[in-house]
Design a protein around this ligand. Structure first.
Ligand SMILES: Nc1ncnc2c1ncn2[C@@H]1O[C@H](COP(=O)(O)OP(=O)(O)OP(=O)(O)O)[C@@H](O)[C@H]1O
Ligand SMILES: [Mg+2]
Length: 455
């Protein structure tokens, strides 16, 4: 028998034992009887207490086992109904605690997963402005091993550091904008929020939001509006000037009327072309998400476009030669948009290549991309300096603005070409050899083969 149980039984039985000793001492009870009664009382207590103590010891062992191993599911058996009841209550509590812990763990896992996969870089700071945690986007942006470093070691941005200090001093949220120059210029908005409700040690979290694309498109939009108004203002100013002259000093000069009206017609034609091109761009952009579905015979379309430009080519003593492979599959596209692409590219070749040379238009299955047709328009001009090639498809971008204007160009042709090619999920390639000429190649997807309906 466990000596602790004997001691406990002795302790519990002590009032009865004392009573027997007092009664025997007072002579009211025979000492022999008192001794037997005391032993019997002790025995009865030991027998009654034993299952309870054994049960309690088993419960304690079972709780220890569960504390050590979360997966342990020990059984406790006991002769005592009170112990069995207590064990059931312990099990109910353990089940509830386990369920709560699981729910909490799941919440933490979810929060960590979300944090890890958020596209915005996130840095958690401790109260000494050291980085305590990062997510993958932060590591990708600022490099690995950021943890434990001072924020200044990761982002040397005075405004950001000052704002982080203010937040850590308990001065509330802060928003800061800053630029990173390397490896490419990027613009960020940082939101710094104290973690005070969750942690009392004054730490904070920094959420970086990359607004480079937004800034760039804002700038592009502003540039575009400025360029478009500038392009319109020039012919408009000329028209206003001539109208004033015709109403004033040249009112009665009939010869001047004809000359001025011819210039005015040309200037208004330029404005009309510009507006038409701007509308065309807007329309293509609006439909860009819907891929065209017509089957287009590209060789046939090219012949029609070339016929339309033949007179202009002849005017510069140039020829347009179409070289189409036999049995070409149709392209998947929008015939009007594709006509606009070829019209622009052949028109550029006529305008910018040397007079008296040939323009070749070659259509063949693309060697680079499967199920694609390649239309290459090659001229024998001066070529385009390398530094301009990448920017040619920007709106209003010209290599020689004065020359383009003189030739009636708006500088929107290649921007329209690029948008249409993108709309077709195609590709535009520009190759140019200075002094030799340029080749603009359009890759277009081939239309899927249709099986004829059964007769
Ligand atoms: N085949 C080419 N050879 C040499 N330079 C070219 C050629 N095609 C285009 N360029 C250059 O690219 C610039 C942009 O061409 P784009 O077609 O966008 O405008 P544009 O021809 O000037 O005007 P638009 O097409 O609106 O009449 C031209 O101004 C020209 O400098
Ligand atoms: Mg053009």
């Amino acid at each position: 028998m466990n000596p602790r149980w004997l001691l406990a039984a002795l302790f519990r039985a002590s009032p009865a034992l004392i009573a027997f000793v007092v009664l025997a001492w007072a002579g009211d009870l025979d000492p022999g009887v008192a001794a037997v009664a005391a032993i019997l009382a002790l025995l009865a207590l030991v027998l009654l207490a034993a299952p309870i103590y054994i049960g309690l010891a088993r419960i304690r062992n079972a709780i220890d086992a569960m504390a050590e191993d979360d997966a342990a599911r020990p059984e406790v058996e006991s002769a005592s109904p009170a112990i069995r009841d207590l064990w059931l209550a312990v099990m109910r509590w353990a089940r509830a605690a386990r369920a709560k812990a699981q729910a909490r763990e799941m919440e933490i896992d979810t929060a960590q997963l979300v944090l890890r996969n958020l596209p915005d870089p996130i840095l958690v700071l401790d109260d000494a402005r050291r980085i305590a945690r990062t997510n993958e986007a932060a590591d990708a942006l600022l490099g690995p091993n950021l943890v434990e470093r001072d924020l200044a070691g990761a982002l040397r941005q005075p405004a950001l550091l000052a704002a982080a200090d203010a937040v850590l001093r308990g001065e509330g949220d802060r928003l800061v904008e800053f630029d990173l120059a390397n490896p490419v210029e990027r613009h960020f908005i940082a939101r710094i929020v104290p973690l005070l409700p969750v942690r009392a040690d004054g730490s904070a979290v920094i959420i970086l939001h990359d607004v480079t694309v937004l800034k760039r498109s804002e700038r592009l939009r502003a540039d575009f509006a400025a360029n478009a108004s500038h392009e319109l203002r020039t012919p408009l100013a000329s028209l206003i000037g001539f109208i004033e002259t015709l109403r004033g000093p040249a009112r009665d000069d009939i010869d001047a009327h004809d000359r001025f009206l011819a210039i005015m017609a040309e200037q208004s034609g330029r404005m009309a072309r510009l507006v038409e091109d701007l509308l065309s761009l807007a329309k293509i952009e609006m439909n860009e998400h819907q891929t065209p579905t017509d089957r287009v015979d590209v060789a046939d379309l090219l012949s029609r476009v070339a016929r339309g430009l033949d007179q202009r080519a002849t005017g510069r003593d140039m020829t347009i030669r179409i070289d189409a492979a036999a049995d070409l599959p149709p392209a998947l596209g929008d015939p009007d948009e594709l006509a606009q692409v070829f019209q622009n590219l052949i028109d550029n070749a006529i305008k910018y290549a040397r007079a008296g040379t040939a323009i070749t238009v070659k259509v063949s299955p693309s060697a680079k991309r499967p199920a694609t047709l390649a239309v290459a328009i090659a001229d024998q001009g001066e070529g385009i300096p390398r530094e301009h090639v990448a920017r040619l498809t920007e709106r209003f971008y010209r290599v020689d603005t004065a020359r383009s204007r003189e030739l009636g160009g708006t500088g929107l042709g290649l921007a329209i070409v690029k948008h249409i090619v993108n709309h077709h999920r195609g590709l535009l390639e520009i190759d140019s050899d200075l002094g030799k000429g340029s080749t603009f190649t359009v890759h277009l997807p081939v239309a899927p083969v249709t099986t004829p309906a059964p007769a």
